[in-house]
Design a protein around this ligand. Structure first.
Ligand code: R5P
Length: 296
């Protein structure tokens, strides 16, 4: 097996290779002044199972292009399998046409990966797993989504959140709160979030959670502007929670997001290293390596 840590996932790619007991294979890359990417593999790949680790943030379009260039080059030079490990898959939120004539972005991404010769796609907590049903029939690739939520909950358990109440900011993410609650043991619930499609404004219907004096954690798949997380944390703080943590798999780290969430009362704010940020307290290297061993 050849493991290539892509330009956006050098640290994680090396850690995955280490766990698999293989020497990582670097890729030569550069971005030209006009923004185009250059890619060159550094080792023959003929007949090999090639794993490319490349997350797609920040700069999703460049990171996707680099991924496609690496995958297609591996395919062109005879790789047996091309496994794309994309811990954070950009465009996954546009998994349906919310209004007429919109691009179905996630489907376009799957199609491009298929065309580039990707045989297996591994993601971590893709935005909505249900929306990927049928992808294997429509596109010629095998799809594997793994969850980092138990790891986040284990981390918080050791940080004094054992028995905390788990919440998701919307009904769609209730499965995340449920999975976390299996580790923390304090029960789970969800808020009802609606987002205005034009203005982006978030409204959160808050129910009485009887949270007075309790610890709570808001779990979500991702934080972008921080608006969703801040609203949920604020609701718990206002209802008298003793301590509220914010946990998610991917932090896009948009300007102002941290400030918003801290101001709402969250401490700590934690995430995984699917995207390396100052909040990356939990590594997904182990669960990805385990998945790759299953694909051997
Ligand atoms: C949406 O459904 C997602 O699960 C997140 O809640 C959302 O993308 C977070 O975005 P923001 O941080 O901009 O509110």
């Amino acid at each position: 097996m050849i493991v290539i840590p892509g330009p956006s996932s050098l640290g994680l790619g090396w850690r995955i290779a280490e766990r698999l007991g293989v020497e990582p294979t670097p890729v030569e890359h550069r971005v030209f002044p006009d923004g185009e990417s250059y890619i060159k593999l550094t080792k023959p790949v003929e007949g090999e199972k090639v794993v490319i680790v490349q997350t797609t943030a920040p700069n999703p379009d460049t990171r996707l292009m680099q991924l496609l260039l690496m995958a297609k080059t591996a395919k062109d030079f005879g790789a047996k399998d091309v496994i794309a490990v994309v811990p954070y898959l950009a465009y996954a939120r546009q998994d349906k046409r919310f209004t007429e004539l919109e691009a179905l972005s996630l489907d376009v991404i799957f199609g491009m990966l298929d065309c580039a010769g990707v045989t297996d796609l591994v993601t971590v907590n893709i935005h909505n797993e249900a929306s990927t049903r049928g992808v294997e029939e429509k596109h010629n690739l095998r799809f594997h989504n793994i969850s980092a939520v138990p790891l986040l909950a284990e981390y918080l358990k050791k940080e004094g959140f054992d028995g905390a109440y788990s919440l998701s900011p919307d009904k769609g993410a209730i499965y995340i709160a449920e999975a976390a609650s299996k580790v923390l043991g304090g029960g789970y619930n969800y808020f009802e979030k609606t987002r205005d499609r034009k203005t982006g404004e978030i409204t959160m219907a808050v129910k009485d959670l009887n949270i007075q004096g309790r610890k709570a954690v808001v779990f979500d798949d991702m934080i972008s502007s921080g608006g969703t997380m801040a609203k949920a944390v604020e609701a718990l703080t206002q209802q008298g929670a003793e301590r509220v943590a914010s946990a998610c798999t991917h932090v896009l780290y948009m300007p102002g997001a941290e400030e918003k969430i801290r101001k709402a009362g969250a401490d700590p704010i934690i995430a995984t290293n699917t995207i390396e940020t100052p909040f990356s307290r939990v590594t997904v290297a182990g669960i990805i390596a385990d998945k790759l061993r299953q694909l051997e």
